[in-house]
Design a protein around this ligand. Structure first.
Ligand SMILES: C[S@@+](CC[C@H](N)C(=O)[O-])C[C@H]1O[C@@H](n2cnc3c(N)ncnc32)[C@H](O)[C@@H]1O
Length: 179
């Protein structure tokens, strides 16, 4: 009986750890990138098979999933929101791509991106500024960064692409940076 209670307590503690919102500032609301633009981001970032990519604030996981499925990359998302984390992780499991795609339930500003070949980001301008120091200190030379709609203040893009209309009635701007 004692053993059963201890087991139950451990299971409940594990569940609480999974579902509790990690500490961290909400750097942007959830606003997904249309799939056509996701593809343009990954093309602009020249993602190649086997490369490591991170999506900072991964939402429903669409960038991570396309990176793993279509580009055969090793893809990691970071998401603070518990519901988005759980649903995107469930989608990855359902697709059977856990070996090459995963979501970290955590804060963008406390992760390690030193292995990245490509970073994608769709956050607000002031959030990009907050993420900049960690990227500057961690990213290896040659890492590509693709930012959607809002550039990274203080950095000069090597390429800027404007997509007039994605079919949903609004234009998009993509910024490519190389460290
Ligand atoms: C504009 S959405 C972009 C979602 C996805 N990257 C896309 O382009 O479809 C920004 C995402 O960042 C997440 N987010 C905001 N602050 C965060 C933080 N400190 N750490 C991790 N994720 C965060 C939000 O919950 C949201 O899902």
């Amino acid at each position: 009986m004692k053993l059963l209670a201890a087991g139950l307590l451990m299971a409940l503690t594990a569940l609480a750890q999974i579902t509790a919102q990690p500490a961290g500032e909400k750097l942007a609301p959830y606003y997904p990138t249309p799939d056509t633009i996701v593809e343009r981001m990954l093309e602009l970032g020249q993602l190649k098979p086997g490369e490591k990519m991170f999506d900072l604030g991964s939402g429903d996981g669409r960038i991570v999933i396309m990176a793993a499925r279509k580009y055969n990359a090793d893809a990691t998302g970071v998401e603070l929101d518990t519901d988005l984390y759980l649903s995107s992780q469930a989608k990855i499991r359902k697709l059977g791509i856990e070996k090459t795609a995963r979501i970290i339930h955590g804060d963008i500003l406390t992760q390690n991106y030193s292995a990245a070949n490509l970073i994608t980001v769709y956050l607000l301008p002031e959030s990009n500024i907050k993420a900049r120091p960690i990227l500057e200190s961690q990213l290896k030379k040659g890492t590509r960064i693709v930012a959607h709609d809002f550039g990274i203040g203080g950095w000069t893009p090597v390429k800027t692409v404007t997509i007039p209309d994605d079919g949903e009635g609004r234009s998009h701007t993509l910024f490519l940076y190389v460290r």
